[in-house]
Design a protein around this ligand. Structure first.
Ligand code: PEP
Ligand code: MG
Length: 318
């Protein structure tokens, strides 16, 4: 028996035949940044900036935001950090941008949509990110949550570039964006699939409802088809597409995602070692075969069982 606790990861993610898969961490605050460094993450694939805003009745000013972002970026000099702009609304309401009388907040004004009524809040956040990026040595990428159309992607990219933020992307977490990825990703430099919300919106199942857990899994073949569609759309324009939802942390699902065309996986730091170990034991051809099997399965359980049966390396993970 190997000792319990996270498997160590130090270096670069690769398949057994040497295809690079960046293994990144999801980070929500400076303590999370330290944990990501400790776990050997290659960088940050999702920096959730809400920590600076949640529990506040007023927007933090630009100086305060700069200090908060710098505290995370400082840990990643020379490495990639994907900063997500404010994802307010639905499960993360904020009094200064979200209305409290929406009948369906998950389908309402959330994520980038809040910028229609409050463009100045997004503008100030991008100003703060640009200042923090200029002051620290990290390779800063910026992305917007809840993007559904190419027009939204284009406007966001323009707002980033105006401020000298040259690598702009979008989250793919709305089914429309996955299906239209060739048009959405044409407007930006990269995409990052949020499988938590993509699953919620594909299955029409509230991600917080415990009774719907059987529906709310990224193993659903319909969700995996959309992941494949997003990657194919990105590939048409040479745009890398990553995954930053919980799916990336499932060691059995990681090779499926790679087989669907995903270039990077961002996860909770403690999952990095197991995911790296499975990829290192699986060739890119096997990943492609696992992806075909999972997408063709009739149910989530059938997809998971078929994939797990073909990954004996999982047994070594304990
Ligand atoms: C997601 O939706 O998968 C995601 C990464 O974003 P969040 O969980 O913060 O909505
Ligand atoms: Mg999301």
């Amino acid at each position: 028996d190997r000792p319990r606790g996270p498997r160590a990861f130090d270096g670069q993610g690769r398949t057994a035949d040497g295809v690079r898969v960046q293994l990144l961490a999801n980070v929500a605050d400076p303590a999370g940044a330290a944990a990501a460094v400790e776990a050997g993450a290659e960088g940050v694939g999702l920096f959730r900036t809400e920590f600076c805003f949640l529990g506040r009745t007023e927007e933090p000013d630009v100086d305060e935001q700069v200090a908060a972002y710098r505290a995370v970026l400082a840990a990643f000099a020379g490495r990639k950090v994907v900063i997500r702009t404010l994802d307010a609304g639905a499960d993360k309401p904020l009094p200064f941008v979200t209305a409290d009388d929406e009948p369906n907040p998950a389908l309402g004004v959330r994520g980038l949509r809040t910028a229609v009524r409050h463009p100045e809040v997004l503008g100030r956040q991008l100003d703060a990110i640009a200042r923090a990026a200029a002051a620290e040595g990290a390779d800063v990428w910026v992305m917007a949550p809840m993007v559904a159309t190419p027009d939204e992607a284009q406007e966001f990219a323009a707002a980033c570039r105006e401020r000298g933020l040259v690598t702009a992307g979008v989250m793919i977490e709305v089914p429309a964006a996955a299906l239209q990825a060739r048009w959405v990703l044409e407007q930006v430099d990269f995409g990052s699939i949020g499988t938590n919300d993509l699953t919620q919106y594909t299955m029409a199942a509230d991600r917080e409802a415990a009774d719907l857990a059987a529906l709310s899994t990224p193993w659903q073949p319909a969700v995996l088809s959309l992941v494949g569609a997003a990657c194919a759309g990105g590939a048409e324009h040479g745009r890398p597409v990553g995954v930053c939802g919980e799916a990336a942390a499932d060691p059995a699902l990681a090779p499926v995602l790679v087989g669907l065309g995903v270039a990077s996986l961002s996860m909770t730091p403690r999952a990095l070692g197991d995911v790296a170990a499975v990829l290192a034991a699986t060739t890119s051809e096997q990943c492609a075969e696992l992806a075909r099997i999972a997408v063709a399965a009739p149910t989530a359980a059938a997809a998971r069982d078929a994939v797990r049966a073909r990954l004996p390396v999982l047994e070594e993970l304990g």
